[in-house]
Design a protein around this ligand. Structure first.
Ligand SMILES: Cc1cc2nc3c(=O)[nH]c(=O)nc-3n(C[C@H](O)[C@H](O)[C@H](O)COP(=O)(O)OP(=O)(O)OC[C@H]3O[C@@H](n4cnc5c(N)ncnc54)[C@H](O)[C@@H]3O)c2cc1C
Length: 229
């Protein structure tokens, strides 16, 4: 049985690796000209770490990620510490995996490297899906570059603005919920004044919050500001 996967992001590549482990032949079709190593920080909880460990990626992820010792929640106006969740050995024993934070580019690179060396996986870039056709047995995909393919099954992993979802179910796509995120990455040296800089920090404000934590093996600080419009 052959499987086509539309979208070579985190979900598409993870799905490809999981199917290949079960002996399936998989082709991934990514719209971009390369598997783009962009983005900023991602928090990877123990459930996601379990899945990545199952794919044989735990050691490589550990090299690139940071394991924060705690999540510290503050009142953003007074600066007071409201609560603290310890993420140390007790947490890891309880949930079976650590809590890690990683740059999206690092996570994607680990997935791409593993997929590229996996015999059952073929990676295709510059393949933007534009049409789908299903008959009794197969599903055919047409791409903007003129290529067409046929598979026994097709996985839609083309993200929040999914073309697959629109083609199958119709609809207008996501609706803006009134929350905007601003993201930044800064050299960690700029934060030498910050205490507990190895932790995840959450600062709560009326109408928004700020989260920051180190990524890139501790070399950069990832900052996210969420604002209600
Ligand atoms: C460039 C980028 C940067 C991001 N950075 C962050 C971040 O810093 N922090 C954070 O928390 N979240 C980030 N996200 C969101 C986060 O990665 C997603 O919420 C999560 O990865 C969902 O994974 P996904 O694989 O479902 O979708 P995505 O990661 O969005 O991947 C979908 C993939 O499908 C491809 N695709 C889309 N349409 C088509 C098509 N028609 N044909 C073929 N391929 C198609 C896209 O190019 C993309 O590679 C980012 C997403 C992207 C795409």
């Amino acid at each position: 049985m052959t499987t086509g996967i539309i979208g070579g992001g985190i979900a598409g590549l993870s799905c490809a690796l999981a199917l290949a482990r079960c002996g399936h032949k998989v082709e991934v079709f990514e719209r971009a000209g390369a598997f783009r190593e962009v983005g900023a920080g991602l928090q990877v909880g123990p459930n996601a770490m379990s899945a990545l460990a199952e794919l044989g990626l735990a050691r490589r992820i550990a090299e690139l990620a940071v394991s924060p010792p705690a999540i510290r929640i503050h009142d953003g106006l007074s600066g007071n510490l409201l609560s603290q969740l310890q993420l140390g050995p007790e947490f890891e024993n309880r949930y079976g995996q650590p809590y890690r934070v990683i740059h999206r580019a690092d996570l994607l690179r680990v997935l791409v490297e593993k997929a590229a060396e996996t015999r059952n996986i073929q990676l295709n870039t510059s393949h933007e899906l534009i049409a789908l056709k299903q008959d009794g047995k197969t599903i055919s995909a047409t791409f903007a570059n003129g290529a067409t393919t046929s598979h026994d099954r097709l996985v839609a992993a083309d993200g929040v603005h999914s073309v697959c979802r629109k083609l199958v179910f119709g609809g207008k796509g996501p609706v803006y919920a009134g929350h905007t995120l601003y993201r930044a990455l800064c050299p960690i040296e700029d934060y030498s004044w910050l205490t507990h800089s190895d932790c995840v920090h959450l600062w709560l404000y009326p109408g928004g919050h700020i989260v920051h934590y180190p990524v890139s093996s501790g070399k950069q600080m990832n900052i996210v500001a969420a604002v209600e419009q």
